[in-house]
Design a protein around this ligand. Structure first.
Ligand SMILES: [Zn+2]
Length: 379
């Protein structure tokens, strides 16, 4: 069983299985808290993220809506480690997921809860990949689905959303504008709004990336993780997983959590700006511009949680120019065979910049995330 705890104030929703949005008292994200420790022996079975099913919010008698997401490859790249100047480097390739991005993990969990609660439909604002993932999982659950995307969203992503049969509304502006339209629609329709951190379940799917990093390294942790960050749910989820694994005894005593670093585009870097200014929350970015569409999130609801994770871990935040995102993406794809998305290229370049400026240890073992497939960005 689980309860829902506000990430900022003392609010607790005792029946975690009830429908939940943000905290009713303060409007900040709710997080799932498990009443009992989950032993590592319960990590077993499926070669998808459902091997961690004992640590996910699903009750007896409820069925998961799954397409075999998770357990993505984590590939060690010694020559790229050398190029960047760290001891060891792995790239975790989230483009291998169903719908070709890390978003599959979180939207799977949100749709699974929506289906279990027999809700009339699901809706989301998207910068791209979350829309495809929601459309696919809604199709798998046979639930109605409405998606709001900026009209500048890459055409292959728009085509995929339509292919899964979702109702798609194109919006002038950025994901923040799409978010307002989604909220208005959710209010009138009763559809469940699964926008990033506006409900507590997506993060639960996302946290399995942290479990996988540990298991794929033989139940130990790297020194640093670099995650390309728009809304923040990936970073927040991985950080939650680190805490749970240590609390639940999944890792050897004395294991240190990794330093968490985020990469953002220089044309939309609200979290980097807030981190460098020592702020607890981010001010929305004016006129966000980047071709890495997953990073075009000017006012993320997960700002406090992300900044808290960066600081608690001793990590940091780095912004990357459009030119450097392109060169990082080309470097990653051409030197590894991984179909790197611009977001993954931004993360690799951020790692290089952090080492070059002395903010990441050259002795570090580093995991960089490629959050999606590059194919969605080529047309
Ligand atoms: Zn609260």
């Amino acid at each position: 069983m689980w309860t829902l705890h506000c990430s900022v104030c003392p609010y607790v929703q005792p029946n975690g299985a009830q429908l939940a949005s943000v905290c009713p008292d303060c409007g900040q994200p709710l997080m799932v808290h498990y009443a009992a420790k989950v032993p590592r022996e319960n990590v077993t079975g499926a070669t998808s993220l459902w091997r961690y099913g004992a640590a996910l919010p699903l009750q007896a008698g409820e069925a998961a809506v799954t397409l075999g997401e998770g357990m993505t490859p984590m590939i060690e790249l010694p020559h790229l480690a050398k190029a960047i100047g760290v001891r060891r480097l792995w790239v975790k390739d989230e483009g291998i997921n169903p719908t070709a991005s890390f978003k599959a993990r979180g939207l799977m969990m949100a749709v699974t809860r929506a289906k279990a609660l027999k809700l009339p439909g699901v809706c989301v604002p998207t910068a791209g990949n979350a829309g495809i993932a929601l459309a696919a999982y809604a199709a798998a659950a046979q639930m109605p689905c409405r998606i709001y995307a900026p009209e500048t969203t890459p055409p292959p992503i728009i085509g995929s959303i339509r292919a899964f049969g979702a109702q798609l509304e194109l919006v002038q502006g950025h994901i923040g504008d799409a978010g307002k339209a989604t909220m208005a629609f959710a209010k009138e329709s009763g559809f469940f709004n699964v926008a990033t951190l506006r409900e507590p379940y997506r993060v639960e799917g996302m946290k399995t990336m942290g479990y996988e990093v540990a298991e794929q390294l033989g139940w130990r942790l790297p020194d640093a993780i670099v995650y390309p960050t728009g809304g923040g749910e990936g970073t927040v989820g991985i950080w939650k997983a680190m805490g749970e694994m240590l609390d639940w005894g999944w890792l050897p005593a004395g294991t240190k959590k990794p330093k968490m670093y985020i990469a953002q585009a220089a044309g939309c870097a609200p979290l980097v700006r807030a981190f460098k200014a020592g702020e607890e929350k981010a001010t929305p970015w004016e006129n966000p511009v980047t071709h890495a569409s997953g990073l075009r999130v000017p006012g993320p609801l997960g700002d406090r949680l992300t900044l808290r994770a960066l600081r608690a871990s001793g990590g940091g935040a780095e912004d990357v120019t459009e030119e450097a995102i392109r060169s990082g993406t080309l470097l990653l794809a051409s030197k590894s065979g991984i179909d790197a998305a611009p977001e993954g290229g931004a993360a690799l370049e951020a790692a290089r910049q952090l080492v070059a400026t002395g903010r990441m240890d050259t002795r570090a073992e580093v995991v960089v995330f490629n959050t999606g497939s590059g194919a969605s960005y080529r047309w």
